[in-house]
Design a protein around this ligand. Structure first.
Ligand code: 23J
Ligand code: MN
Length: 263
């Protein structure tokens, strides 16, 4: 029994031999981490603040530790269905009640970095997804749909949030596309490199914030502010994204990892 070759014993060997790599999809978390800028009539999410408790000093002679103050949706973070009004009455819609098996799943990575370089308000359509499927195969139920835009290469907060006079500009999804992904592909959720799963201008869409509205209304999740999506294959990576078990939490910062076959 203990010497049996299983997928897990093979996984351990492949990791040790470097045939499977662990790619960190997480943005560094600090007081400089950009936080979403909502219109002024809405309450803002604060930036992260860190306060030292002790650092090998009178307050704690042999230990160093800090207190964090931050919004649930800060930096690389997970959106739970309860985050949106459309998901408020669903079962298991909070960070503490989502079944843990949903925190491990395959990734489909759609690369639209060329399009986004030309047009910062680029929106993914159902037709883009169907074209991707023509090349890579149908999206299997329970997959993350990760949108590679290279937006994470904008490491300065100003360029990352990209606020113009008429509000923020960044890529996202058409309403029809998220409806297709949720209803016809039964994805786990969508993951993006931008500050939120909706496009910068999505507050003015019909419905407003369609990715949040439709994904969370369908019990699906979101991952925002991802990094290193350019290191993932179109298919074949496995994503581990487990939010903190905050009771009644609407989301949480988290470390997102991808297991990827080595080149
Ligand atoms: C609240 C209102 C609008 C948006 C968001 C939060 C997010 O993007 C988020 O982090 O969930 S668009
Ligand atoms: Mn969020």
């Amino acid at each position: 029994m203990s010497n049996r070759v299983t997928v897990l014993s093979l996984l351990v060997e492949e990791l040790r031999e470097g045939r499977i790599k662990v790619v960190d999809l997480t943005q560094p978390l600090s007081p400089d981490t950009p936080v979403i800028d909502l219109p002024p009539q809405f309450a803002p999410s604060p930036p992260l603040t860190i306060e030292k408790i002790s650092e090998y000093d009178d307050a704690g002679p042999a230990w160093y530790w800090n207190t964090l103050h931050l919004g649930e949706h800060t930096g690389t973070h997970f959106d739970a269905p309860v985050h949106w009004i459309t998901g408020r009455d669903l079962a298991n819609n909070t960070t503490d009640t989502i079944p843990a098996h949903k925190f491990v799943g395959p990734a489909c990575v759609i690369d639209v970095s060329q399009e986004v370089a030309q047009y910062e308000d680029f929106l993914l359509t159902r037709e883009h997804v169907l074209a991707w499927e023509g090349e890579h195969g149908k999206i299997q139920p329970g997959s993350w749909l990760l949108l590679r835009t290279d937006w994470s290469k904008r490491t300065a907060a100003k360029e990352f949030l990209n606020a113009h006079e008429d509000g923020p500009h960044s890529p996202g999804f058409h309403k029809d596309c998220v409806e297709f992904l949720a209803r016809e592909r039964d994805v786990l959720g969508v993951g993006v490199e931008t500050v939120g799963t909706d496009a910068g201008q999505a507050g003015g869409f019909d419905p407003p914030f369609p990715a949040h509205t439709i994904m969370h209304g369908s019990g699906k999740f979101g991952l925002a502010s991802l990094n290193n999506l350019d290191q993932l294959p179109a298919t074949g990576a496995v994503v581990i994204a487990a939010p903190l078990k905050i009771v009644n939490g609407s989301g949480s910062p988290l470390r997102v990892l991808a297991l990827v076959p080595a080149g």
